[in-house]
Design a protein around this ligand. Structure first.
Ligand SMILES: [Zn+2]
Ligand SMILES: [Zn+2]
Length: 139
């Protein structure tokens, strides 16, 4: 998906074309047509408007779509299969500077084993917390 050079969102879903072509009119049109003329709301830009918008995009400088792969931040595997882990469990096992990255299932299980051996398992920690006992983990 090509990104919009004006707002950085996906070009196909942003409102910049309506905004920058001056098509929004909040006095004339209500929310039922997203404050756009009904024919624009229904059919999109006219050929003439689309041409003008394209010229504006080209003048601004378009952002070509480049596909960046998803990579496991541990082993570098490309496009690892996704798996589900609760936010709490993720935070328990994955160190802070890696929490925003992707880790493949194999690496996650490896990390999990290491953490289990050093600070105990997540489920044990959960149980202790539920018991109301003070559980402290090394930072
Ligand atoms: Zn935009
Ligand atoms: Zn991996």
């Amino acid at each position: 998906m090509e990104d919009c050079p004006f707002c950085g969102q996906q070009l196909i879903s942003c409102d910049c074309c309506y905004d920058l072509l001056g098509l929004f009119d909040i006095k004339k049109y209500d929310a039922s047509t997203a404050h756009l003329p009904p024919e624009i709301y229904k059919d999109g830009l006219t050929d003439e408007q689309a041409e003008k918008w394209e010229a504006m995009l080209n003048a601004k400088g378009r952002i070509p779509f480049i596909l960046y792969p998803v990579i496991c931040s541990k082993c570098g595997a490309l496009w690892p299969a996704f798996f589900m882990v609760s936010d709490e469990e993720w935070a328990y096992y994955i160190q802070p500077d890696k929490r925003q990255t992707v880790v493949c299932a194999e690496c996650y299980n490896y990390i999990k084993r290491l953490i289990d051996e050093t600070k105990g398992s997540f489920t044990t920690a959960q149980r202790h917390a539920a018991d109301g006992r003070a559980v402290r983990f090394a930072p």
